[in-house]
Design a protein around this ligand. Structure first.
Ligand code: AMP
Length: 287
């Protein structure tokens, strides 16, 4: 497994692969890997001749009072895990390589960034779209694989790729969950044992709303109230939002659900902000 730190070296490596006619599959990550990340890498392994993974904690997607400094990092452990799934190249640049002095160019994906996480994290998706666009220009992938754990992010990237005519195929993969249903996340590391128990309320809320939906409930108020009710039983949980949104353009839905709807949750458990989601009307992804 090769580790590349410089943008020029990454581009040269990928250009050679393209000349050889190799399909480059790419998985962008912020490291501190878990089974969710590995599922994306396994998919990339299947679909590409060469699998490139980036490990980069992207400062521009964190707000001023967010957890950039304490975001968990362990590159040695990540490296072992990537070796094991058969990653060919790890792109691991330092911050100054990606954002040198006088950096000033950003990608804004307008409407799809506004609702849900965009409400309280106004520059978050600007940071995400910018770094993903830059990473695409470094890695030159044919396909890139993202998790549906960050559902809105996936839609932002899909929109960006369409709007900017980027020649990259975007693949969305199901949420990987712990055996009890908690969506895997690098931030689960922050949870104390009590908080870990309370964090399960997100998945329990999703299950409860799915059940209601399957029994025919289509009123948005009734569906979101059910989720809120489940989460509020946990003292340690504080809701940022519980919303139903359009599964493609992420616009807020009002009244009743006609077809499919994204149920999206952001909940603080203690100081840790967790997100989870499901698309109502779609087969449930396997835990
Ligand atoms: P991150 O390192 O958190 O930026 O995530 C890197 C990629 O892994 C993103 O495409 C995430 O959506 C994806 N990912 C993170 N957690 C999960 C999960 N539990 N299941 C599936 N994909 C995930």
């Amino acid at each position: 497994m090769e580790i590349i730190e410089k943008i020029k070296d990454m581009q040269a490596y990928s250009q050679d692969l393209r000349v050889e006619g190799k399909v480059i599959a790419f998985v962008p990550t912020m490291g501190y890997l878990h089974e969710g990340h590995l599922s994306l890498m396994r998919e990339g392994r299947k679909r590409g001749d060469v699998l490139v993974v980036s490990v980069f904690v992207n400062p521009t997607q964190f707000g001023p009072n967010e957890d950039l400094d304490k975001y968990p990092r362990n590159f040695d452990r990540d490296r072992e895990m990537m070796e094991e799934v058969g990653v060919d190249v790890v792109f691991h640049p330092i911050v100054n390589e990606v954002y040198p002095e006088e950096y000033q160019t950003f990608v804004i994906v307008d409407e799809v960034s506004k609702n849900l996480c965009g409400l309280k994290r106004p520059d978050h998706f600007r940071g995400v779209a910018t770094v993903v666009a830059k990473l695409f220009n470094c890695v030159l992938p044919h396909i890139a694989i993202f998790g549906r754990k960050d559902y809105q992010q996936l839609k932002v990237i899909e929109r960006m790729v369409k709007d900017l005519n980027m020649d990259v195929g975007i693949i969305g993969m199901p949420i990987v969950r712990e055996p009890d249903g908690l969506a895997m996340s690098s931030r689960n590391e922050y949870l104390s044992p009590k908080e870990r128990k309370a964090a399960l309320s997100l998945y329990n809320a999703i299950l409860a709303v799915r059940e209601l939906f399957e029994n025919g409930e289509r009123r948005i108020g009734a569906l979101t109230d059910r989720a809120v009710g489940v989460i509020m039983t946990e003292e340690l949980a504080r809701i940022e939002y519980v919303k139903l949104a359009h599964p493609e353009n992420i616009a807020e839905l009002f009244g009743v659900v006609w077809d499919q709807a994204l149920l999206a949750l952001a909940v603080y458990v203690g100081k840790t902000r967790l997100i989870d989601n499901t698309v109502l009307g779609e087969e449930i992804e396997k835990c």
